[in-house]
Write a protein that binds this ligand. Sequence first.
Ligand SMILES: [Zn+2]
Length: 127
Amino acid sequence: MRIERLFAGFDGAGMRDAGRSQTKTAIGLHVCPGCGSRLVQPTCWEQTADRTHWRVWRRCPNCEWSCEGVHGEREIDDFDEQLDLGTHELADELKALEHENMERMADAFATALRSDLITAEDFRYQL
Ligand SMILES: [Zn+2]
């Protein structure tokens, strides 16, 4: 459902230009025209000679689609913003996983203590 919303108004222009494009992208540069993944990442980039555009090589980690294209500042700024959002989403997800893991470890430790499975002997210094 989320992907369907992303492709509302998508006319397939990105698919025709998948190999190499200098056209405006109907969808964000972070969206894979091959599989719809929102995890497309830049692998390399350089400013064009006229310094008004950027040549960007992108890759989809989901289906291995890749592309080289020239994009204007606005597209690049949007891409950069999406990459930042993705970074924050990953960091939030990592924090949630760490929290969940710590809760499980604390529960397991509490259960072991209640069941007398942990004694002072478990903390004895060993040479
Ligand atoms: Zn893909």
